[in-house]
Design a binder for this molecule. Structure first.
Ligand code: AMP
Length: 247
């Protein structure tokens, strides 16, 4: 197994030749889905589709969806399935998804998972199986324990310009509060507080854990220990995707 993303990117492993297809990154808030999605984007050149980022974009721009989403997000509750599904449908219709994509934070309910499964099945009908868009979905779930998640969430800071994610405890910027790359002042998400985290974890246990079980039972599923250095987790995800794609 390749030991790092660098090794994979150098072409010594099979990362380059893999047609990624649709990949789901599952896991609790703060588990590292966003960080890992960015590593996979670098390797495979497919887009990261984060429903949280899309919703934050709507919120920041005051769109009708953003206005509805704001209160729910600030309380740590999920946005209604139909609204999120429609937003994802629009994003998946963009041509950059042709070789595959990484869904980060979606599906988060069984209703969203059923919607996605039906959409992908409909796409499959009539397509030759060699086309990337006709590859079945593979799901990778990241696992980290509760206390570690809490530390990650409350320590998380983001660059509003380039999206780089820092953590004041384990991955601080060189200068406190300032992005190493952009020099911009780092921001903390409104929902990255201890109180809202507790609500998000309740939603996760009640609504999203059944989604993990749904994909686990379909066979194209792997679980990766997210409590390891970023490169080790990335290598674990890449190896899992390649193994599942070879099935
Ligand atoms: P995230 O950035 O993935 O942690 O998402 C931040 C917030 O956006 C969540 O706490 C929800 O309020 C909302 N959200 C993101 N993805 C979804 C989704 N798939 N379904 C419903 N709400 C979502």
């Amino acid at each position: 197994m390749p030991s790092s993303v660098t090794e994979l990117q150098s072409g010594r492993a099979m990362g380059h030749s893999t047609i990624p297809g649709p990949i789901l990154l599952l896991g609790a808030p703060g588990v590292g889905k966003g960080t890992q999605a960015k590593e996979l984007v670098k390797l495979w050149g497919i887009p990261q589709i984060s429903t949280g980022d899309l919703l934050r974009f709507h919120k920041a721009n005051g769109t009708p969806l953003g206005l509805i989403a704001k209160e729910l997000m600030d309380r740590g509750e999920l946005v209604h399935d139909d609204l999120v599904n429609e937003m994802v449908a629009e994003r998946l219709a963009q041509p950059d998804t042709a070789r595959g994509y990484i869904l980060d934070g979606f599906p988060r309910t069984l209703k969203q998972a059923d919607w996605l499964d039906a959409r992908l099945d409909a796409k499959l009908a009539g397509r030759p199986s060699t086309q990337p868009q006709s590859l079945p979905v593979v799901a990778v779930s990241l696992k980290v324990d509760y206390n570690q998640l809490l530390r990650r969430i409350t320590g998380r800071r983001n660059c509003p310009v380039c999206g780089t994610i820092y953590n004041i405890y384990v991955k601080p910027p060189k200068v406190e509060g300032v992005c190493d790359l952009e020099g911009a002042a780092l921001v903390q998400r409104a929902d990255d507080t201890e109180e809202v985290f507790a609500e998000r974890m309740k939603s996760y246990a009640a609504l999203t854990e059944p989604v993990v079980d749904h994909y686990r039972s379909q066979g194209r599923f792997a679980e990766v220990d997210g409590d390891q250095p970023i490169e080790v987790v990335s290598a674990g995800i890449i190896a899992a995707v390649e193994r599942l794609r070879a099935k």
